[in-house]
Design a protein around this ligand. Structure first.
Ligand code: NDP
Length: 257
C-alpha cells in the first residue's frame, strides 16, 4: 500500500461508470476510487448486503453511488441494470467488467455444470456487458471498457483450470472488442491482477504471514498488493488520459517473474 493520494482525472467528474462485482474485494476499491473522482457510479453485485453497506458508507462522502443487486450471469438482469446506468447523465461512459469467482477445485472433480457456472461468471458476462455497452457507446462515438483477466493462467495457479481458461480468453475477447469498436471511438483494455490481498484471498489462501511472504517473494516489488493498486490502473484506463491505449493487457502484479 502506498500513502500517495489516488491520481485525479478531471475528465472523470460526472462520467457514468458501471462496475460489476463492486460490493467487495477489488470491486469495492474500484467503486470507491471512481466515486472519489466525482464520477456517477452504478455498481452491481450478487452480494446485496455488501453492496448496500458500501453504498451507505460512500453516501457519507458525497452523492451516494447507485447499487443494484444483480447476478451478472443472468444476462437480461445485467442488461436491465446497465440500462439504468445508460439512463443517467449523458449515458454510460465506462464499463468495468470486474465480477468473477475463483473457487478452486481439482481437475478431476469438474462437472459440466461447474464448467458452465464458471464460464458464466468469469467470461460470459464480460462479453454480454461489453456488447450491451457498445450498442450505446458507438452511438456517442466514445467509451472505455475494462475487462478483468488475471496473471493466474501464466503461472499457472493450480486447481483453477476452468477459471484460468476464462481469464486467458479475456485477452482474445479484449483484443476483438477493441478491433471491432475502435472505429467507433470505443477503447477496450484488460487489467490482469496478480495476488491482490482482498478479504476473500486473505480468508481462503493467504491465511498467515508465511503464505503472504511466499507470494510476495515471487514479486520484484516484495510488498502486499491491494485493491487500490488495481483501482489506480482502472482510473487511468477509464480516463481520456489513456486515449491512445486499446487492445492491451495491463498487468498489476508487483512484477512476478
Ligand atoms: P472477490 O471474490 O473478492 O469479489 C468479487 C465480487 O463479485 C464479490 O462481491 C462477489 O460476490 C461478486 N460476484 C461473484 N459472482 C457474481 C455474480 N454472479 N453476479 C454478481 N456479482 C458476483 O474477487 P476479487 O475482488 O479478488 O476479484 C475481482 C476481479 O479480479 C475478478 O475478476 C478476479 O478474477 C480478478 N482477479 C483477482 C485477483 C486477486 O488476487 N484478488 C487476481 C487475479 C484476478 P460474492 O462474494 O457474494 O461471491
Amino acid at each position: 500500500m502506498t500513502d500517495t493520494p489516488l491520481a485525479r482525472y478531471a475528465d472523470l467528474v460526472g462520467r457514468t461508470v458501471f462496475v460489476s462485482g463492486g460490493a467487495t474485494g477489488i470491486g469495492a476499491d474500484l467503486v470507491t476510487a471512481f466515486h472519489g473522482q466525482g464520477a456517477d457510479v452504478v455498481f452491481v453485485d450478487i452480494d446485496a448486503e455488501g453492496g448496500e453497506a458500501l453504498r451507505d458508507r460512500l453516501a457519507s462522502q458525497g452523492d451516494a453511488p447507485l447499487f443494484l443487486p444483480c447476478d451478472v450471469t443472468d444476462t437480461p438482469a445485467l442488461r436491465e441494470a446497465m440500462a439504468t446506468a445508460e439512463g443517467r447523465g449523458g449515458g454510460l461512459d465506462v464499463l468495468i467488467n470486474n465480477a468473477g469467482n475463483d473457487t478452486r477445485m481439482p481437475l478431476g472433480d469438474v462437472t459440466e455444470g461447474d464448467w458452465a457456472r464458471i464460464l458464466d461468471v468469469n467470461l460470459k458476462h464480460q462479453f454480454f456487458a461489453a456488447q450491451t455497452a457498445c450498442g450505446w457507446m458507438r452511438a456517442r462515438g466514445r467509451g472505455s471498457i475494462v475487462n478483468f483477466g488475471s496473471v493466474a493462467p501464466e503461472i499457472p495457479v493450480g486447481n483453477l483450470a476452468v477459471y484460468n481458461a476464462c481469464k486467458a480468453a479475456v485477452r482474445g475477447l479484449t483484443r476483438s472488442i477493441a478491433k471491432d469498436m475502435g472505429g467507433h471511438g470505443i477503447r477496450c483494455n484488460a487489467i490482469l491482477p496478480g495476488a491482490i490481498l482482498t478479504p476473500r484471498q486473505r480468508a481462503l489462501w493467504y491465511t498467515d504471514q508465511s503464505a503472504i511472504d511466499a507470494m510476495t517473494a515471487l514479486q520484484c516489488l516484495p510488498r502486499e498488493l491491494c485493491g487500490r493498486d488495481v483501482a489506480e490502473m482502472a482510473l487511468f484506463l477509464a480516463s481520456d488520459v489513456s486515449a491512445a491505449c486499446t487492445a492491451q493487457d495491463f498487468i498489476v502484479d508487483g512484477g512476478i517473474v
